[in-house]
Write a protein that binds this ligand. Structure first.
Ligand code: ADP
Ligand SMILES: N[C@@H](CCOP(=O)(O)O)C(=O)O
Length: 326
């Protein structure tokens, strides 16, 4: 479910009058996603996505997200391009919410990740990092290391209801992760996506029938942080099988294709196991927060925090970068 704010036909037509998109042909709510309200629009000028930004998005941060998408799209990355209204503004208001229209991207996200998806993913991620190198915006990562202890505290009251002993185990992991975190300045920093999960990457088959990336969406966790942390997020989100096994073939394909575009410094390869532990606890904690703070009958689907406990335990016993394909 991701239509929190209902938009009427009349409100949408009035909103579209401020754009040069021609007349409205069709629009429908998009069920996928959890954060914002999304609508697919068809106008005389083509297909678009209308997003109304909901409560968890800070309106002050929207110019960074929209500016980054526009910058990346201009650099040739397949990501949504914000559409400017007649007055030149892309960020507008609809039904009392900040709102923007972006270009619609073709393709489908992989419901079952195959090894063939990983090289195109790594290639696109490296291109994203390279293309954002001259983007002037900056946004600290609110869900980076300094955010994890407060999140853990916010979960403490009910966390052990999810699994007995969970809070004590997480205290131990978090202490070790923070102690091993790379010092400021030790690794390259830039604009990162920070949530590059399979549901945020669309693919289409190329001429030979192999998957190619046709679009990267959902830049609303993007921030200025360690570039290699984005690889760690992908190793978490793309390289485990349904039975919990880590797939080294997928990891090598991801890292190999990434490094072919942006070579990794030895320090980045060495840091990857620690960054993977950090990425695992980051998604574990936000899922645990949602699990313990969202009523079970809410319309939003809660994601399983324990999936990331299993991943965290795996990365915690990794002794060398080679064990995760680095
Ligand atoms: N530019 C786009 N092109 C095509 N589909 C999109 C686009 N942006 C969003 N979508 C669709 O909307 C869904 C939710 O978008 P997403 O940004 O992940 O929402 P949320 O931030 O609320 O989780 C996606 O799964 C996709 O189906
Ligand atoms: N990828 C995160 C949740 C963020 O949801 P999204 O729909 O905005 O990508 C997770 O799996 O925990």
């Amino acid at each position: 479910m991701a239509v929190y704010t209902e938009v009427t036909d009349e409100a949408l037509r009035a909103f579209l009058a401020d754009y040069e998109l021609g007349g409205l042909i069709a629009f429908r709510g998009i069920a996928e996603g959890v954060e914002n309200s999304n609508y697919a629009l068809r106008t005389e000028r083509g297909d678009f996505v209308l997003t109304l930004y909901e409560k968890r998005v800070d309106p002050a941060e929207l110019p960074y997200f929209l500016g980054l998408m526009e910058h990346l799209a201009q650099a040739g990355l397949a990501c949504p391009t914000p559409v400017r209204g007649r007055d030149g503004e892309a960020l507008r208001a609809l039904c009392g919410r900040p709102a923007a229209i972006c270009t619609f991207l073709e393709g489908v996200w992989p419901r079952r990740v195959r090894p063939e998806h990983l090289a195109p993913l790594g290639d696109s991620l490296a291109r994203l990092h390279a293309a954002s190198g001259d983007f002037a915006g900056r946004r600290p990562n609110a869900l980076g290391p300094q955010g994890w202890a407060p999140l853990l505290e916010a979960c403490r009251g009910r966390g052990d209801e999810v699994q007995a002993g969970l809070m004590a185990e997480l205290d131990g992991h978090l202490g070790a992760i923070l102690a091993a975190w790379p010092a400021a300045g030790a690794l390259p920093v830039g604009q990162i996506h920070a949530d590059l999960f399979p549901d945020n990457v669309f693919f289409l088959p190329d001429a030979a029938g192999q998957p190619r990336v046709s679009g990267i969406i959902d830049f609303y966790f993007a921030c200025t942080d360690l570039l290699a942390y984005d690889i760690a997020v992908c190793l978490n989100a793309w390289c485990f099988e349904a039975d919990g096994a880590f797939n080294l073939t997928k990891a090598r394909a991801l890292i190999g294709a990434y490094a072919a575009v942006r070579p990794l410094a030895p320090a980045e390869r060495l840091a990857l196991p620690a960054l993977c532990r950090g990425a695992a606890i980051r998604f574990l904690l936000t899922r645990l927060y949602d699990w313990t703070h969202t009523p079970a009958d809410a319309l939003v689907t809660r994601k399983d925090p324990l999936e990331y406990l299993r991943k965290l335990r795996f990365f915690a016993q990794v002794e060398s970068p080679g064990a995760i394909g680095a």
